[in-house]
Design a protein around this ligand. Sequence first.
Ligand code: ATP
Length: 257
Amino acid sequence: MSAALELTNVDAGYGQFMALRNVSIRVEPGEAVALVGANGVGKTTVARVASGLVRPTAGRVVANGRDLTGRAPHAFVRAGIAHAPEGRSVFATLTVEENLRLSFRRHFGARGVERALTSAFERFPVLAGRREVLAGQLSGGQQRMLSIARVVVESPAVLIADELSLGLAPIVVTEIADQLRRLREAGTALLIVEQQLGHALALADRAVLLERGSVAWEGPSAEAGDHVIARTFVRSRNGGTDASVRSDGDAGGSTRE
Ligand code: ATP
């Protein structure tokens, strides 16, 4: 069976700077994969390559058997790849409804807007209740919901969720995690880029660990807890596992380096 999303031997970067080297990641249909690693190792660049925002300089990107390598981002959208990017990717001075209309017009054309809007408000009732509110006045969690709602109408084959929980209160992080879980139950595969490892690993079947732009380990999430995370990430002061400092020593499991 074709993977929902497959990056094979991808190199990518910014100008002369190579952020990813020989990265291969496969997400099966309906599967949830957590992409973890310290700051600056290339997680967001993987998300950008997987959604067509950064073109790889080598390697291939294939979704459901369709080769998308070098294609424009809208070809990725058409192939069923949705990307909720890092940060609050909403227009603060537009209302919730205007934000949604703008995205849906871009994705579905003028005729698809009303249907997409109805479906988004059914799926995200919290946004329906705030449709006339300026996006800039929403809470951080609601803004992330809006970022997701803009891209997940029509149940995409894959949602790439980049740091959706960054800076949010734990209760809101749980809400976002519940939304992702529901999407997954509806058949959408997930590539979850997260610093909050606990949530990412709880949601994911498999984890892929990036180090310095390359895949250093991959395996079942449960094993990541035992063999990788403890040796690669330090505990933050509040007791959570924080992807910020790397200790020395090789990771266990299927180390590739
Ligand atoms: P973080 O967790 O801090 O977001 P990350 O693992 O997502 O980090 P990337 O954002 O993919 O890492 O960055 C990988 C490398 O590419 C870093 O060295 C970063 O400085 C560099 N980089 C990222 N975006 C750009 C850009 N637009 N132009 C130049 N270099 C960039």
